[in-house]
Ligand binder design. Sequence first.
Ligand SMILES: [Fe+2]
Ligand SMILES: [Fe+2]
Length: 226
Amino acid sequence: MERPINEDISQQLEQPKPKIYLPEVREFIVNDSFLKWGIEQLKEIDDDGNTLRHSQRITNLGYRLAKKLNFSEEKEYDFLEACLLHDIGKISTPASILMKPHDEFTDEDMEVVRKHPREGKEILEMQGRSPRVCNAVLLHHEFQKKSYPALGAEYREIEDIDVDNARLLAMLDVFDTVVFGRQNIEPVPEEMRKITWMKQFDQKGDEEIIDFFLSQYETINNLSKP
Ligand SMILES: [Fe+2]
Ligand SMILES: [Fe+2]
């Protein structure tokens, strides 16, 4: 599994342009050789870099969210790692499925896609990452009403703090998909973003989170421009 870190990624991260990461996020990555290795894996998932850009935007917004919620330094670190690498399990998902429109998925395609949270967790476990990161990755599709949970009720066995992280990660994941789309999902028009997101999350406090995400949209969008 272990592969040498590509020198390119270090150079790309250290260059002032393109500014794909907030400065604090860039510093967090540059100083951690495992995260740089993880980014290399994300680059292998698809030819057009869609998964890597999705991860970049979520990590930038995740950093802003962690600051808003006053995470401890350790919790913030684990949360950002989970944001960055949450879809690393897609390394074993065939490109033909990643590119296929969601509404054309067969039951077999869905079975393959549903594996990525568990495979992501296994990759991170093999690399000795913290349980909080591994569990957030495992659970990142468990909270979305119209998604593909891999576990169902089983997630309730995992400590509250991990569920908390995973739910926030799920919120970021859905926000990014609604606003920016994915290879196989069209972005939602601006006036529909909030309502589309709220259909997935409707617990107390969720509206405050989406309002915060929307307030950060320009920053995240500007960073993600080529
Ligand atoms: Fe995912
Ligand atoms: Fe994702």
